[in-house]
Ligand binder design. Sequence first.
Ligand code: MG
Length: 278
Amino acid sequence: MVQIKTPEQIAKMREAGLVVAAIHAATREAAVPGATTMDLDQAARKVLAEHDAKPNFLGYGGFPATICTSVNEVVVHGIPSDEVVLKDGDVISIDAGAIIDGWHGDAAFTAFVGSGHAPELLELSRVTEESMWAGIAAMKQGNRLIDVSRAIETYIRRQPKPGGGKYGIIEDYGGHGIGTEMHMDPHLLNYVEKRRGKGPKLVPGFCLAIEPMVSLGTPRTEVLEDDWTVITTDGTWSSHWEHSVALTEEGPLVLTAPDGGKAKLAEHGITAAPDPLA
Ligand code: MG
């Protein structure tokens, strides 16, 4: 069953989404050479406290931190640590969430630590981010869940990979419904798998966390002995981008983007729904 939200509930999710956006701003600024991933976790905790918001990652299935910090070949679910010191040239994906009055927000971005990154890493992050926006642009009435998956996959497959070969669209993890819990039905694949069917119809009140994960090599992953850290099986580096999105009567609202998705959706010829908090 998919949880359908009222406009008032979407406004609450927008509040949570803006806290997530503030965590992104703070952690992006803190992700510099010499910082530890625990420093980033502390920056996130400070933002949550300032906004009277609760963490949703901390304690989730026993997860021991407030955000996920996934460096280089780590795809997702990296655990912040005093022992992981960021260095010039690293690529880090930061996944963060917040709860306001029981409503959840969840979003991730990939950042470059220091400078001098190879063009294929810059392109990897660009392709992953843009595939997320292609998926968000497919959040419209009349579409089904599979149309979001198809938009993400099609975008990635059409991008030439510098140096040749194919991008790996990570298969073991995907997006999800979000609302009174962080992870709810339906599960959203980042590629089309026909035997899963077309999925539910997208109707106003439908909320999804859309989160492609892409590697420079394999689509396959394994989990380290800490039971959390997910790495690519071939050691290639990866990128992860995510936004929480609500479909409204007036179009999509990107709950975790400061501008509600206005600027990026305009590139797709779509008008973002008005911000209920503006
Ligand atoms: Mg998520």
